[in-house]
Design a protein around this ligand. Structure first.
Ligand SMILES: *Cc1c(COP(=O)(O)O)cnc(C)c1O
Length: 233
């Protein structure tokens, strides 16, 4: 049987193999639905950056492995009543797509902690996706978020809808990269393009990803995606 350590090493090798000269992509290991024991196993294999989608589940695991020096990324949909917990426990938040959420995170972030690193989620799949700000609105949202003192605006993220061909799959990545390059000139802290998951991380890196979020290719199939009702509450 393949272990988490072996799969992690295989992914690291694949990332290095497609690496562009100008990027050195960070691997966020997406541990949603996986037990804390799997996080320890991945840490023992050299992984220290992890992503979670569900607030309660994520915080419970963060506390369970609080003895390890890990960096936690919140990558799930953000409900406004969960912003305080997110601001208390996570170093990064991907998936910010409205000012109200950013303001709440800013307000809730303790002075003692460094600013939260923020990626704005962009809807690069049009009708096929409900979350994310539209490409037309991303510049004004970035301008509104940038001055918030407890946040550090690092870049953009997207979850493109699956496409039928590789050529089609590259289109949303190209759109996001172009937006990123445009905004970079007016946002000095912009250095992160968070795109690519288990199925498409290689082409995402080829298209300029600086951060990939990979779950099932490291941890295997998710344990029980439907038992967590938080998303729907
Ligand atoms: C679940 C999830 C991932 C990881 O997906 P895999 O296909 O398991 O690699 C990445 N990003 C987001 C936002 C997710 O929800």
């Amino acid at each position: 049987m393949t272990t988490i350590a072996e799969r992690l090493q295989a992914i690291q090798r694949q990332i290095r193999a497609v690496k562009r000269i100008d990027t050195n992509p960070t691997l966020v290991a997406v541990s949603k639905t996986q037990p804390a024991a799997s996080i320890r196993e991945a840490f023992d294999a050299g992984q220290s950056v992890f992503g979670e989608n569900y607030v309660q589940e994520g915080v419970a695991k963060i506390l369970a492995v609080a003895d390890l020096p890990l960096e936690w990324h919140f990558i799930g949909p953000i409900q406004s009543n969960k912003t305080k917990l997110i601001a208390e426990h996570f170093a990064w938040v991907h998936g910010v797509d409205r000012l109200n959420i950013a303001e709440r995170l800013n307000h809730a972030r303790a002075e003692l902690l460094p600013p939260i690193n923020i990626c704005i989620q962009v809807n690069v799949s049009g009708e096929a996706s409900k979350s994310g700000v539209s490409p037309e609105e991303v510049a004004s949202l970035a301008d509104a978020i940038a001055p918030l003192p407890r946040l550090k605006l690092r870049g953009l993220m997207a979850i493109p809808a699956p496409a039928k061909t590789e050529t089609a799959q590259r289109v949303p990545f190209k759109i996001l990269k172009a937006l990123f390059d445009q905004l970079k000139s007016s946002h000095p802290d912009f250095d992160t393009l968070s795109m690519g998951m288990s199925e498409d991380f290689k082409i995402a890196i080829e298209e300029g990803a600086t951060m990939v979020r990979i779950g099932s290719a490291i941890f295997g199939p998710r344990q029980s995606p439907n038992t967590n009702m938080e998303q729907h509450s």
